[in-house]
Write a protein that binds this ligand. Structure first.
Ligand code: IMP
Ligand code: MG
Length: 217
């Protein structure tokens, strides 16, 4: 795999919430997994790897709504070559609950026939979403489809999808912030937080073997 081997990827651990984090977040979060500073450093590294890999090629970046918005906004600012940007809306989560059924909320507008496509998403969990998106882009005639995710949770995988670029590989925690939501809240946090285990049951995840995150807030 490309972006995952060249640079040393820091392994997230659960950290106590920074003193500057408002008290309103302290009942929701068990701790912080990736700070704002570490996010920025890793995204700059990913940007450099992609610039080298895609040198001289125009790429159509297809970002998945809504979770990837903050990530893709920072990622494209690192882009040095020619690129186009479009969004598709696919959702398997309703409220905080995963229905498992994919709902399309916005279609692609750019033509990807014969194009080099990079799909950008917030997190690769079961893999169902990205598997469906990859198939759809293939059906639309994309020449090649690569996948970039900020977070990878291999423990959740059901579909055999691998990402070509991964920001951080994380344990089976339910995370929020930097675009990721719980019941549509917390997307605006500038860091990646881990949801408090007491709220886990409301996410609708069925992970019998998952160990709840320790609480450090
Ligand atoms: P997948 O189809 O199971 O791989 O799920 C992908 C989508 O589920 C992501 O784009 C997220 O929107 C959502 N998701 C999965 N895990 C989490 C999480 O830990 N926090 C917030 N959203 C998540
Ligand atoms: Mg999403």
């Amino acid at each position: 795999m490309r972006g995952t081997v060249k640079s040393k990827r820091p392994v997230p651990e659960l950290h106590r919430l920074d003193r500057r984090v408002p008290s309103v977040h302290r009942h929701t979060l068990a701790g912080s997994a990736v700070s704002q500073r570490v996010l920025a450093r890793r995204i700059a590294e990913l940007g450099r790897e992609m610039a080298a890999d895609y040198a001289g090629t125009e790429v159509v970046i297809v970002a998945l709504l809504n979770g990837s918005v903050l990530f893709v906004a920072d990622l494209v600012r690192q882009w040095t070559g020619p690129m186009k940007l479009d969004f598709i809306g696919v959702s398997s989560y309703r409220g905080g609950l995963s229905s498992g059924r994919l709902v399309h909320t916005k279609d692609l507008r750019l033509d990807v026939r014969g194009r080099e496509v990079l799909v950008v998403d917030d997190i690769l969990d079961t893999g169902r979403t990205l598997e469906a998106v990859r198939r759809r882009l293939g059906a639309l005639g994309a020449r090649r489809v690569r996948i970039c995710v900020l977070l990878d949770k291999p423990a959740g995988r059901i579909s055999p999808v691998q990402a070509d670029y991964v920001g951080f590989r994380i344990p089976d925690w339910f995370v929020v912030g930097y675009g990721l939501d719980f019941e549509e809240h917390w997307r605006n946090l500038p860091f990646i937080g881990v949801l408090h285990p007491e709220l886990e049951s409301r996410t609708g995840r069925q992970r019998p073997k998952a160990k709840p995150a320790p609480v450090l807030s």
